[in-house]
Design a protein around this ligand. Structure first.
Ligand code: NAD
Length: 281
């Protein structure tokens, strides 16, 4: 069981979390369940969400895991019907599925540093760029089209998108992922406006840099000292530290609560240890 940073009672709420098989949204799904919600954990990785649901059920919480591709509207509608049958209609949607892909990533930070074997900007594959853009942008839009219907019926509820630091200023090497997350931030404002008269709020959080199993080797040498990229990140963060997934939970539970955040809609909240505030000087 995880220790929650704030106590907000989500009893009676049905929370749908996409990408719940992953690091960040797994922690969010867990936090909502521990706060009393009935949680639908959706992910392409069925094994991961079934395991999460089993663990939560064993601890006495309510969670069901569903295999779902956020880019497949028909399959999403089928999952939607299963969620209604198993848990009820959705109150809160967390659009967490997303990420980057190597095929949309340049080898070097700058064109003038490219070597003969580098993947340069000119070598980026349009299929890879499409994949990343689709996963992050359409992967936020399509589940919202499916699950926000429940919210409009209830005339209440909240959508929480996951943006990134690269939405404010792009990070080197990952142009598609940066542009796609900028689109997610923009779409968050669009949704907040579009649903303003229906009682539905829409916000996003923009996590700072996290250390995960996937990027640990890129960020730290075997002796625990930071790599060159890691040193850049830490130098660009005035608190000189990474963000833990558990540190996103307070903002998540706060923003999704209709009482605590009743007048907050259309914001993108950085949870970044100061990264976006710092000019580097
Ligand atoms: P993660 O890889 O641990 O989790 C992402 C999950 O999304 C995975 O379980 C994956 O199976 C799932 N997924 C991928 N494609 C899918 C699809 N088509 N349909 C359904 N599920 C799919 O990554 P994470 O670090 O937990 O990231 C979660 C979110 O936070 C993402 O949107 C990511 O872009 C964003 N984010 C991460 C960081 C970071 O530093 N880790 C920083 C800022 C934003």
């Amino acid at each position: 069981m995880m220790e929650l940073p704030i106590n907000i009672d989500y009893t009676g709420k049905v929370v749908v979390v996409t990408g719940a098989g992953g690091l960040i949204c797994g922690a969010m799904a867990r936090a909502f369940a521990q706060s009393g919600a009935r949680v639908a954990a959706l992910d392409l990785n069925e094994e991961a969400v079934k395991k999460l649901a089993d663990e939560l059920k064993a601890d006495g919480y309510v969670c069901e895991g569903y295999k779902a591709d956020v880019l497949d509207p028909e399959a999403l509608e089928q999952v939607h019907q299963s969620v209604i049958r198993d848990l009820g209609k959705c109150d809160i949607l967390v659009n967490g599925a997303g990420g980057n892909h190597p095929s949309a990533t340049t080898t070097n930070e700058y064109q003038h540093e490219a070597q003969p074997d580098s993947k340069t900007f000119f070598d980026l594959e349009s299929g890879g760029v499409d994949f990343v853009f689709k996963l992050n942008f359409q992967g936020t839009l399509l589940p919202t089209q499916v699950f926000a219907k429940d919210l409009t019926e209830k005339k209440s509820g909240c959508i929480l998108n996951i943006s990134s630091m690269n939405a404010y200023t792009p990070l080197t090497k990952i142009p598609a992922y940066s542009a796609a997350k900028a689109a997610v931030s923009n779409f968050t404002q669009w949704l907040a406006t579009h649903f303003a008269g229906t009682g539905i709020r829409c916000n996003a959080i923009a996590p700072g840099f996290l250390v995960s199993a996937q990027n640990r080797a890129l960020l730290f040498n075997d002796d625990g000292t930071p790599t060159a990229r890691s040193a850049k990140i830490l130098n660009g963060t005035p608190t000189n530290r990474y963000v833990e997934a558990s540190e996103l939970i307070g903002a998540t539970l706060f923003l999704c609560d209709d009482r605590s955040a009743s007048a907050i809609t259309g914001v993108v909240l950085p949870v970044d240890a100061g990264f976006s505030a710092y000019s580097g000087v």
